[in-house]
Design a protein around this ligand. Structure first.
Ligand code: SAM
Length: 438
């Protein structure tokens, strides 16, 4: 018997080991396949984004995989992340009450679970297109020592599928998750729906049908006011730059024309000129040496022209781009003069945020159009504030509520609270909104 079980056990252990190795290999292959897909999709979608869902899913799967070994406090964008978290705490505090049932669309890897605990909600339904993020959210939830709520996490695309169909697809038993919800939260996610009118409408239908009358739909999105202002400034700068480059090109052309007419002229004259130039060169060299000693000397005329030519070769006035060392926004197509974003969907730009988003396609949310379409779904705008406005208004109440670690992270170099420098510009990119279901 013992012998028998031994004989049986040995190959089983071997099998398990082999199974683990095979599973790890499959995971690696899957990760490599997804990486290839991201690169391929990025190349293909450079100018023409259609159906970006798969691309976005792959992107967030990749981020979730990579973030597992990251120490948040060591990231150069740590202060910005901390600030965004503070903003979300404030927003949740305003629009969620104890005992609420909440639907979180684009819940990601569960970064808001502690906020839900703090609000003492009773139930959470988290939906995200990224299966990796959903797995991570679930494991974070089960790893929480204290939980005020029960939670269900589902991988799905609620911009394309009705929520009842999503739940039916996972074998959900009616009444297991109680509808209507008291609140719907969409943090840093809604702009992905603005790829097309169908997706916006499906998203709003899902929100509206999930919410009770009097419930709130709230979230954070890129501010179209900020985007328009930045486009206008960038466009002006681009025009000035283009004009300067054109002037330099003309100057260079006329110099070349002058030179070529000289070459065809009197030999003696040319000789004299060459000698003169030779002398000049010698003189110039001495001057160069003197100039090179001066660390504040402006670049030589010649170098400036070469640089400008190089710049002219790479300068693309078909593109609008701005940013700083931690973020950048690139519009592959220049929006029209009025920046009216008409139609209000499909206005793609690429967003880069250090340690986080690698030039992923996102879509402008022209706020007034968003408000108007939302009204059709019985959602009435009650709140719209930039992050800076929200923070200033709410921070006095939160001093005693935030942990010392959170408060420390919110301290600026001048001793005040908030965010400053390059990170402040990224924070200014966003606004917070809330609609009431009527
Ligand atoms: C910037 S993350 C924000 C995550 C989370 N809400 C937070 O604030 O930490 C955006 C999330 O939106 C999700 N997302 C994008 N498109 C989606 C879609 N069509 N349906 C569901 N989730 C989507 C992404 O997978 C990602 O997890």
């Amino acid at each position: 018997m013992v012998e028998h079980s031994n004989r049986v056990r040995k190959p089983r252990r071997k099998n398990l080991e082999q199974q683990r190795r095979e599973a790890a290999m499959r995971r690696r292959q899957e990760e490599e396949r997804q990486e290839r897909e991201i690169q391929q999709a990025r190349r293909e979608n450079q100018l023409n984004i259609r159906n970006s869902g798969q691309l976005i899913k792959n992107h967030y799967n990749k981020i979730t995989r990579e973030s597992r070994n990251v120490v948040r406090e060591q990231l150069s964008t740590f202060k910005l992340r901390n600030y965004n978290n503070a903003i979300k705490y404030m927003l949740f505090g305003r629009f969620i009450k104890a005992g609420d049932r909440v639907l979180d669309i684009g819940c990601g890897k569960g970064g808001d679970l502690f906020k839900y605990n703090k609000c003492k909600i009773s139930e959470l339904l988290g939906i995200d297109i990224s299966d990796y993020s959903i797995k991570e959210a679930f494991s974070r939830y089960t790893g929480m020592r204290y939980r005020s709520f029960c939670a269900t996490f589902v991988t799905a695309n609620p911009f394309k599928t009705k929520i009842p169909d999503i739940l039916e697809g996972i074998g959900h038993i009616p009444n297991q998750i109680q509808f209507p919800m008291d609140a719907v939260s969409m943090q840093f996610c809604l702009h992905y729906a603005f790829e097309s009118e169908e997706q916006i409408r499906m998203m709003l239908e899902n929100v509206s049908k999930s919410l009770k009358v009097g419930g709130y739909f709230f979230g954070t999105i890129p501010s179209s006011d900020f985007i328009i202002q930045k486009i206008q400034v960038t466009r002006k700068n681009n025009e000035a730059r283009k004009q300067k480059l054109e002037e330099e090109r003309m100057q260079k052309q006329s110099l070349e024309e002058q030179n070529s007419s000289n070459t065809g002229g009197d030999r003696e004259e040319t000789k004299e000129k060459e000698q003169g130039q030779g002398q000049g060169k010698g003189k110039g060299k001495e001057q160069d040496d003197v100039e090179n000693d001066d660390p504040f000397a402006p670049p030589k005329e010649e170098e400036t022209t070469v640089n400008s030519i190089k710049e002219a070769e790479t300068f693309d006035d078909e593109e609008i781009k701005w940013g700083n060392s931690i973020y950048s926004v690139t519009f592959p197509k220049v929006p029209n003069e009025e920046c009216d974003f008409s139609p209000p969907w499909g206005n793609v730009y690429y967003f880069y945020l250090k340690d986080s988003v690698e030039n992923a396609p996102e879509f402008v949310v022209p706020f007034e159009s968003f408000r108007a379409i939302a009204e059709e779904y019985r959602l009435e705008l009650r709140y719209k504030k930039t992050f800076a406005e929200l923070f200033k208004e709410e921070i006095p109440e939160w001093f005693n509520n935030f942990s010392p670690k959170m408060l420390e992270g919110l301290k600026r170099s001048d001793g005040k609270y908030g965010i400053s420098g390059e990170e402040a510009e990224v924070a200014d990119f966003y606004l917070a909104f809330a609609f009431e279901r009527i």
